[in-house]
Design a protein around this ligand. Structure first.
Ligand code: AGP
Length: 609
């Protein structure tokens, strides 16, 4: 996610802005910029890359001395990392500056309206519509202009605006992305996250969605969406800086698990229109091309590979396409039969995984049309694929991938539905059904996160555990593979995943009294078969932990423990079902005193083959 810092007070703003942005670096970013109100003008500087480059540019020019300013570190979503796409963005006359975190879903329509009025844009970002909208709305009050513009924006945003018209004033607005006020004496701060201001003040105000805040050196006024005063109790932060960087969570992994509702919503934003519309232009298929498509190859590594397994199931089920899937490190060496026009989908959070990058190159060499699903804008894989569909999970810091995985599944679901619709296999009625389910997932994911305490209770007893087995059928087998990887890689407990029907062909020999078996039962049409498999392992003394749909009470007769999920269409369940498995792995690792965010031997991006 992007980082926002604002300062208004008695001292030069620039050092405060740079220090605050430095403390937000952990969030990940690819460019940065500052705007300071200085002698009746906006002093602006941007730089692609890290803050060192911004500071070098600032050092090489007369120092900004103004006492009102805003700064930003950008995590690219719309438009690659570049100086022109870096924030702050300004209006035509360079009188208003804005920094923003989030996604403006309706920016294209707003941009067209503004361009028709003669506004000129310099960037490819969604953000840049905001200063031009403010330019249109400004009539002597920045507060009123921000409130009016905030009402025009669809999607999620946290923004800060300043203007030469009102030096000594910063106005912030939040909807869906966090915004925090820091309270000083004769100075006040605004930031997207507490770490940016923690060394300046521990007295903060956390804004709620829809609220506007007006900061001057001696006053902070919070207003509700109607412009009425919204008095707020200051919140005193007692975290140390490290914990503050994790948003108060003990580990980045837990923070990122809990960011999934937001990540899912951001990934869907602008892509699931009302009714039966999927907006996925990046897919670049029309009905003719989609009907002519015959075969799809999916290749990835690790967790991304497990997302690809779900994608295979969905593309076959919804779009009736023949799908082959390979672990990237194997793909290249099996001399795959790829025909020109086949579609090759590579999945990679980092977009820098060497095995996956080489597999992509192999697909291109063999004439396939290549599509990348990735989370980091402008990475190697996104630059070499024919087209890219970005997940919008925001920076994923923990080595164990969580929100990237569920957003990858979401994008694969959208692709399968879109191709299914274009190929005539998904009707308007079916599409409407699935879209209702998809749009409900962020809210339902919030509900599933409530199982964390139950899973912590389960994992607390796993300190001396040596083996765990995950079993499932169909989509639940793909899920079982992801569950075992999460558990292994951060708790170091040996875990294996098996197609439930395969257990009796050998591995059942390892099922002994007390060994935990995680039985995934989220696919109604396979439920009865799973019940047989649960009985099978129970008969050998296994401790069965069932993951099933709400209301499936019959399972409690066989399972020793039961974790339930909200009922959604079986094809959409993988997104929700992943969360309890992530939490189980997390709590097991904590119980065993493991380094949750940086597990031994592993790296966040494996850039070697
Ligand atoms: C996931 O928890 C692991 N850290 C690892 O398997 C990861 O998914 C794999 O290395 C692929 O990374 P990528 O998505 O960045 O390509």
């Amino acid at each position: 996610m992007c980082g926002i810092v604002g300062y208004v007070g008695r001292y030069a703003a620039l050092p405060v802005l740079l220090d605050g942005l430095r403390r937000l670096e952990y969030r990940g970013y690819d460019s940065a910029g500052v705007a300071v109100v200085e002698d009746g003008r906006l002093a602006l500087t941007w730089a692609e890359g890290k803050l060192d480059r911004l500071e070098a540019k600032l050092e090489a020019q007369p120092r900004f001395e103004g006492t009102t300013g805003i700064g930003h570190t950008r995590w690219a979503t719309h438009g690659p990392p570049s100086e022109t796409n870096a924030h702050p963005h300004v209006d035509c006359l360079g009188k208003l500056a804005v920094v923003h975190n989030g996604i403006i879903e309706n920016y294209l329509a707003l941009k067209e309206q503004l361009a028709a009025k003669g506004h000129r844009f310099r960037s490819e970002t969604d953000t840049e519509v905001i200063p031009h909208l403010l330019e249109e709305a400004y009539d002597g009050s920045l507060e009123a202009a921000v409130r009016e513009v905030a009402g025009l924006l669809q999607g999620s945003f946290a923004m800060a605006a300043t203007s030469v018209h009102e030096p000594g004033t910063i106005v912030g607005a939040r909807k869906g992305s966090p915004l925090v006020v820091g309270l000083g004496r004769g100075e006040n701060y605004l930031a997207s996250d507490i770490p940016a201001i923690l060394t300046r003040t521990r007295d903060t105000i956390i804004l709620e969605d829809g609220e506007i805040v007006v900061l001057t050196p001696d006053e902070v006024r919070v207003l509700d969406r109607e412009g009425r005063p919204a008095p707020k109790e200051p919140f005193r932060v007692h975290w140390d800086p490290d914990r503050a960087e994790r948003g108060g969570y003990p580990h980045f992994m837990l923070k990122e698990i809990h960011e999934q509702p937001r990540a899912l919503a951001d990934t869907l934003a602008g892509r699931t229109g009302p009714g039966t519309r999927i907006e996925l232009d990046e897919l670049r298929f029309d009905a003719t091309g989609a009907r002519a498509l015959d075969r799809v190859f999916i290749t990835a590594c690790g967790t991304a590979y497990h997302a690809g397994l779900v994608g295979k199931h969905l593309l076959e089920g919804l779009a009736r396409l023949r799908v082959e899937i390979d672990v990237a490190s194997e793909f290249r060496y099996r001399d795959p039969v790829i025909c020109p026009g086949d579609l090759a989908i590579v999945v990679s959070q980092s977009g820098e995984t060497a095995d996956t990058l080489e597999a992509l190159r192999e697909c291109r060499r063999r004439g396939a049309r290549t599509l990348a699903i990735t989370n980091v804008v402008g990475n190697s894989i996104s630059r070499e694929a024919d087209t890219v569909i970005y997940t919008r999970a925001g920076p994923e810091i923990a080595v164990a991938s969580t929100k990237a995985y569920t957003t990858q599944i979401l994008v694969l679901t959208l692709i399968a539905l879109k191709l299914g619709e274009l190929r005539g296999h998904v009707s308007a009625r079916q599409l409407s059904h699935y879209l209702r389910g998809l749009n409900a997932l962020p809210r339902l994911a919030e509900n599933v996160l409530q199982t964390s305490g139950q899973l912590a209770d389960l994992a607390r007893n796993w300190t001396a555990l040596e083996d765990v087995f995950f079993i499932g059928r169909g989509l639940d087998h793909a899920l079982a593979l992801e569950g075992q990887l999460k558990l292994k890689e951060i708790s170091y407990i040996h875990a294996e995943a098996y197609p439930a029907g395969e257990l009796k062909h050998g591995t059942l020999a390892l099922i002994v009294p007390g060994v935990p078996v995680i039985a995934l039962v989220t696919q109604p049409e396979l439920r009865d078969k799973m019940m047989s498999n649960i009985t099978e392992v129970k008969a050998r003394g296994a401790t069965v932990i069932g993951l099933a749909l709400e209301g499936d009470d019959d399972i409690t007769r066989h399972a020793d423990h039961l974790v339930t999920l909200p009922r959604v269409d079986g094809l959409l369940t993988p997104v929700l079902a992943a969360i309890p498995l992530q939490l189980l792995a997390y709590h097991a690792a904590v119980a065993r005193g493991c380094d949750v965010d940086q597990p031994r031997n592993l790296a966040k991006s494996v850039t070697v083959e």
